[in-house]
Design a protein around this ligand. Structure first.
Ligand code: SF4
Ligand code: SF4
Length: 524
């Protein structure tokens, strides 16, 4: 164990010289100068879970732009692509047009309900496991530990004067941090263009200036937030700790120091036992403080800074294992369970009395509440899960039911009509055909209604008719100038409704637009 100073107080457990940067005993003003934190490496089931989450989230972020997805010869083959030039978003087999942005809005609403659900059940799990700030700080710490060592070595190095060794380590650490930051910024822009092509262009200096500017900005923010500012981003900059406090209730899980079994704490458990004193399970070893990336002491109770990363649980479980005591002195617990247990453990003076917690054989009394998964299932979580599912179903329905062929028509305003020499009346229209699939298709445009009327299309060399065919390129909007002429004897009113019907004969997709045909009173 890498303690700076140790005092033997229990078999195999040493006290770490770790002070929280902010605590009940050493309460700092909010805007106090930063105290450096040197988190010790934790080991245990939560740390392992965090490594797995970290590998998955980083893998998804860095590799997704390089996944290919065949959409045929007329569409990009990048699985996830925000195609700014064509104003299109591609996500595997889904293609979203700007007018379908409601689908993205639906996904954001789902993300919101998902966050409410997660927070009301397992507290700040987002902060502790998947928030990019947490993941990148973890990654930067991996580099720092690999180069400078674990907590005590880093503290020693930090306090030491600059020597060739210290300068070399610092240069190596910051160089790798900057390389990670560049890769992070680079990966981001790969979502906005063909990733392999852009990667080559970036290296050759052929990419657009905006690409370099974006990479530079994201490199600077990643390096600053992940490497230099770390816990300060969570404590001072992020609004989420404030918002999530309003979402927790007495049945939400939070990382909790169970002082009902930990107090009174002592560093001299053996001596106390020899003197017949009853003491709690906490041996005041500070292992939980030493691993905390936020530099706090969970034994002070719930704190805004706590991101519920659960590393203090791992550290304390390790200590409990060494002492041969039950794990869970620090654990995920609900406020309701904690208060129940505190009531059960309270002695006459209102403080926890270890004799009310443990049976003579050392086991904790069965009456003490323990976490049960069923406690997370309650009306509130049902409401969130239901709302989340409903929005999800609405998105799926929206995706399946959306039109892939659309027609929009603008009637000429000036003039609204023209009376021709034979007495017939002509109206002009701008017809917009939207082909939303990545394949060319032949669209038949037909007049429906408007007795005796025919149309001509500018640029299509065919006699006036009630229908015409037009080729529309893949994923394109085609604009046509159409003139509709109705013989005088068929004009029934000054304003007659009729329809433009568009149809793709191969897929049987159709769309219609209700238009009006205007004529002067005198033409009737
Ligand atoms: S107190 Fe525990 S759970 Fe909270 S941030 Fe520190 S190590 Fe993570
Ligand atoms: S809570 Fe656990 S890790 Fe923290 S000081 Fe007490 S025994 Fe050590």
């Amino acid at each position: 164990m890498d303690a700076v100073s140790t005092e033997s107080f229990a078999a195999d457990v040493e006290r770490l010289d770790a002070e929280p940067v902010n605590s009940v005993r050493l309460r700092q003003p909010l805007y106090a100068p930063r105290k450096k934190i040197f988190p010790k490496r934790a080991e245990g089931r939560y740390r392992t879970f965090k490594w797995i989450v970290m590998a998955i989230t980083l893998g998804i972020y860095y590799l997704t732009p390089f996944i290919r997805w065949d959409r045929g010869p007329y569409a990009p083959d990048q699985a996830v692509l925000v195609d700014v030039a064509s104003r299109r978003f591609f996500f595997f087999f889904i293609e979203i047009w700007p007018q379908e942005f409601y689908l993205v809005a639906g996904l954001l609403v789902m993300a919101g309900f998902g966050l409410f659900l997660i927070t009301s059940t397992v507290g700040r799990a987002w902060c502790g496991y998947t928030c990019p700030q947490t993941v990148w700080v973890d990654l930067f710490l991996v580099v720092e530990r690999a180069i400078e060592g674990d907590r005590n070595a880093r503290m020693k190095l930090d306090a030491a004067p600059y020597t060739a060794d210290k300068i070399g380590k610092r240069v190596a650490k910051h160089a790798i941090w900057i390389a990670i930051a560049v890769a992070t910024g680079g990966a981001w822009i790969f979502y906005f263009a063909d990733a392999p092509t852009l990667a080559v262009d970036l290296v050759k200096g052929d990419a657009a200036p905006i690409a370099y500017i974006t990479v530079a900005v994201l490199t600077a923010t990643t390096y600053t937030f992940g490497g230099l500012m770390r816990e300060q981003v969570c404590t001072y900059m992020c609004p989420w700790p404030r918002i999530q406090a309003a979402m927790l209730d007495e049945n939400s899980l939070t990382v909790t120091y169970n002082d009902w079994r930990g107090e009174p704490r002592t560093r001299h458990a053996k001596k106390a036992a020899a003197e017949g004193l009853s003491v709690g399970d906490c041996v005041d070893c500070n292992a939980c403080v030493a691993v905390c990336p936020m530099g706090i002491d969970i034994r002070d109770g719930q704190q805004l800074e706590c991101i519920t990363c659960a590393l203090c649980i791992d550290a304390c479980d390790g200590v409990m294992d060494k002492l041969g005591r039950d794990r869970g002195l620090i654990s995920y617990a609900t406020l309701a369970d904690y208060e129940t247990n505190m009531r059960l453990a309270a002695g006459e003076d209102g403080r926890p009395d270890p004799r009310r917690v443990r049976q003579p054989d050392g086991r904790i009394f069965d009456a003490f509440a323990r976490f049960n998964l069923r406690k997370l299932i309650r009306p509130r979580t049902f409401v969130y899960a239901g709302a989340w599912s409903l929005v999800g179903l609405a998105i799926v329905y929206g995706l399946l039911a959306r039109d892939r062929l659309e027609v929009n028509v603008l009637h000429d305003r000036n003039p609204q009509y023209v009376v021709l020499s034979d007495g017939s009346v002509r109206n002009g229209y701008t017809v917009k055909l939207l082909n939303k699939i990545p394949e060319p298709r032949t669209i038949i445009v037909t007049l429906q209604g408007l007795r005796g009327a025919e149309m001509n299309v500018v640029g299509i060399n065919q006699p006036a008719d009630r229908a015409f065919a037009v080729e529309v390129e893949p994923d394109r909007l085609k604009t046509l100038r159409v003139f509709v002429r109705q013989p005088r004897e068929h004009i029934a009113a000054t304003s007659q409704p009729f329809r433009f019907v568009v149809e793709d004969k191969s897929s049987f997709e159709t769309d219609t637009y209700l238009a009006t045909f205007e004529a002067p009173e005198a033409a009737r």
